[in-house]
Design a protein around this ligand. Structure first.
Ligand code: PEP
Length: 252
């Protein structure tokens, strides 16, 4: 396998209370240190709790936001700027999650997501850039076309990929319990890496981490992680439980 450090991101989405979060962080902090382990573990936390998690979480783990504003702060009521996210102790931002792309009240476009990524990277943040097809798109044989379109938008906005991780999250697998088979995941990851090789550079293709997301659990992570182009996971539901530690452990 290529020399890419395994990466496990958790996405808490719009879940949690101060009490439940402190309980979960205490359980994570009691787990084994990953300081010298070949794995990065990052928690995607709702904005109001980022400072709390940054203060309490052991420093071999990292904190991520789940979205950001497209540029500098200012007269943008209700938005949260990249500077604020950094100020609250987060190093990462999840962008282009399918819920932000597809929920009717959000409908973020490829261009908006790519603009956010470019701005955040320019500010020194790291980005988990999510791509993936709807079930109807898979059934219409559009999986790779959709992923490539989403990658193309990123390419048009970004030139340095050293702080980018791609998360391939088929929308039909998110929160549904219908996990992609290891073969389905590998097929898309390999195709995305080939696209990166041809359209960005062989060096970026070799080094960029491509995570799988969609109903990853302690029961299926080990098999998925055997695939050569699966460099880790982005995990929703299962990241809200102490069992998440077992998914982090699947780097072994
Ligand atoms: C996600 O929210 O990114 C996700 C993959 O969710 P789940 O693991 O619950 O399917």
């Amino acid at each position: 396998m290529a020399d890419r450090t395994f990466f496990v991101g958790g996405n808490w989405k719009c879940n949690g209370t101060k009490d439940s979060i402190v309980e979960l962080i205490d359980q994570i902090n009691e787990g084994p240190s990953i300081k010298d382990a070949p794995v990065e573990a990052v928690l995607g936390v709702p904005f109001p709790y980022m400072s709390l998690v940054s203060e309490k979480l052991r420093d071999d783990w990292q904190v991520s936001a789940q979205n950001c504003w497209t540029g500098d702060g200012g007269a943008y009521t209700g938005e949260v700027s990249v500077d604020m996210i950094a100020d609250c102790g987060a190093e990462w931002i999840i962008l282009g999650h399918s819920e932000r792309r597809h929920l009717d009240v959000l409908k973020e476009t490829d261009e908006t997501i790519a603009a956010k990524a470019a701005y955040a990277l320019g500010k020194g943040m790291k980005v988990m850039y999510c791509i993936g097809e709807l079930l109807s798109e898979r059934e219409a044989d559009q999986t790779l076309a959709v992923c490539e379109r989403q990658m193309q938008a990123l390419k048009e906005a970004v030139s340095d990929y050293s702080n980018v991780v791609i998360a391939y999250e088929p929308v039909w697998a998110i929160g549904t319990g219908k996990v992609a088979t290891p073969e389905q995941a590998q097929e898309v990851h390999e195709a995305v890496r080939s696209w990166v090789k041809e359209n960005i550079s062989p060096e970026v293709a070799e080094s960029i981490r491509i995570l799988y997301g969609g109903s990853v659990s302690p029961g299926n992570c080990d098999e998925l992680s055997t695939k050569p182009d699966v460099d880790g996971f982005l995990v929703g539901g299962a990241s809200l439980k102490p069992d998440f530690l077992k998914i982090v452990d699947s780097y072994k």
